[in-house]
Design a protein around this ligand. Structure first.
Ligand SMILES: Nc1ncnc2c1ncn2[C@@H]1O[C@H](COP(=O)(O)OP(=O)(O)OP(=O)(O)O)[C@@H](O)[C@H]1O
Ligand SMILES: [Mg+2]
Length: 281
């Protein structure tokens, strides 16, 4: 499957987004074209600068800046309500940011609709699964592969079947998505995101509720996805699963970034231990 993910017409994971992901007329960010920025672009797929978001008087994200490097797995930690899912909603375009900028492969995301962001290579799962309930599991993937990933229907059949096998949903291919258990709906979230052929995959708490064996299988799957060149940002409370695969970790608390760095360093950070693990120094 993963060869197939990587081998889509647009060959997103390996290709420079500049050729196949940039739509005609999309704006190249002036700041990135400035001195020295080309070097940085080689290593950075997504840049977030000064992102803020409020819901009325509730300030949910404040001045969040970070880079996601090509090919890495960035883990995101934080207590409930820290703003993690809201951050994904800003990246995927489900919500508009109040301030700040997002640049993906040299293109500004701000102003682009969610479907357009999907088409240029941003795939996501939802923390609360959102299957197309009137369709079968397989049809859910077909929609993602065709409308989201730009494959023809004929190209999509084998591709989607392989993804279903990898995500352990093959025996439920013809089941109505609305009849799946919560665990299988989470698997479907991942499978559908993969079917869109993302170069950046945003995973929002997909490990919750898995047995140890299932958790290990999920970690293996995520490693295989990463090894094919897909960049991953993973919000996860199942810490041992996240630590098994994350290259770096960023921690949010009350909408502020409180730590970012190597996993070993971050989980030893006194503030992270206090706010996230409840351990006083
Ligand atoms: N559409 C919305 N309208 C109003 N408030 C919202 C909305 N979405 C999120 N919030 C609030 O914003 C805050 C951050 O929510 P968010 O879902 O981003 O947190 P989270 O870090 O993902 O938490 P969890 O770990 O529980 O999933 C919460 O207080 C939440 O109630
Ligand atoms: Mg959340």
């Amino acid at each position: 499957m993963l060869d197939m993910v990587a081998g889509r017409q647009c060959a997103r994971p390996q290709a420079e987004p500049s050729e196949c992901m940039r739509k005609p007329g999309t704006q190249r960010v002036e700041a990135l074209a400035a001195a020295g920025a080309e070097d940085r672009l080689d290593g950075v797929l997504l840049e977030a600068r000064g992102l803020s978001k409020s819901f009325g008087a509730l300030r949910v994200l404040h001045d969040i800046s970070f880079d996601v490097r090509r090919g890495e797995v960035l883990g995101i930690l934080g207590p409930n309500g820290a703003g993690k899912t809201t951050l994904f909603n800003l990246i995927s375009g489900d919500l508009h940011n109040d301030a700040g900028d997002l640049v993906f492969g040299g293109e500004r995301l701000v102003g682009q609709r969610p479907y357009a962001r999907c088409k240029i290579g941003i795939g996501r799962t939802y923390q609360i699964p959102r299957p197309y309930v009137g369709m079968s599991t397989f049809e859910n993937l077909l929609v993602a592969a065709t409308f989201g990933g730009g494959r023809t229907e004929a190209q999509s059949y084998a591709f989607c079947a392989e993804i279903l096998r990898d995500c352990e949903l093959a025996d439920k291919a013809n089941r109505s998505a609305g009849s799946l258990t919560l665990l299988d709906r989470k698997r479907l979230e991942l499978a559908r995101a993969l079917a869109s052929g993302p170069s950046l995959l945003l995973l929002d708490e997909i490990a919750g509720g898995l047995t140890d064996e299932e958790g290990k299988a999920l970690v293996q799957l995520i490693r295989r996805i990463r090894d094919r060149g897909v960049t991953i940002v993973w919000i996860e409370h199942v810490l041992h699963a996240l630590l098994a695969v994350a290259d770096r970790i960023m921690v949010l608390n009350f909408g502020e970034k409180i730590a970012e760095g190597q996993p070993d360093d971050v989980i030893k950070d006194p503030e992270v231990r206090r706010v996230y693990m409840g351990i006083e120094a």
